[in-house]
Every structure is written in structure tokens, then in C-alpha cells.
Design a protein around this ligand. Structure first.
Ligand SMILES: [Zn+2]
Length: 86
């Protein structure tokens, strides 16, 4: 696998954005956690995936990896079925 290098500008809020090609290559997604390590000797910064975002939580039971959205609110299928019976 080839190394992937990109140049990015740090914006006024000290943020950088990742190009889609970089996200696809690394497998990183929005809200993933990254560990940033600064190496003073060679003045490099290393980013390492620290944790994958598990996905939205159901507003009622807090189950993660909820796939369903109802009017913009995350709700799991189990809770949706319970709500329909009310
Ligand atoms: Zn639920």
C-alpha cells in the first residue's frame, strides 16, 4: 500500500479537514476518535484511530447503533414498536 500524503491548511478555529480520499483510505468516519501524538524530535504529528463512533443512541433505551430516525430523533426498532402500541 502506498503512503497517502495531503497538505491541508489549519483554519481560523485551528481545525483541519480530511479529504474524502483520505477518509476512504483510512476507514475513518465522522465522530471517530483520534489520538494525536506530537514527536518533538522530528516535528511530526501522528494521528491514530482511538475509537470508532458506535452510532447514534436510541433516545429511549440508549441502545447504540440505532439505524432508525423518526423526525430526526434516533429510535431503535424495539422502542418504535412499543410506541406504536400506545
Ligand atoms: Zn430503544
Amino acid at each position: 500500500m502506498e503512503n497517502l500524503s495531503v497538505v491541508r491548511t489549519i483554519d481560523e478555529k485551528c481545525r483541519i479537514d480530511f479529504p474524502l480520499e483520505f477518509m476512504t483510505t483510512t476507514g475513518w468516519s465522522k465522530f471517530d476518535k483520534l489520538l494525536m501524538t506530537y514527536n518533538e524530535q522530528d516535528e511530526t504529528v501522528t494521528l491514530k484511530l482511538s475509537g470508532k463512533y458506535p452510532g447514534p443512541k436510541c433516545v429511549f433505551c440508549k441502545k447504540v447503533r440505532t439505524k432508525m430516525l423518526l423526525h430526526g430523533i434516533s429510535i431503535c426498532e424495539n422502542c418504535l414498536q412499543k410506541a406504536e402500541k400506545l
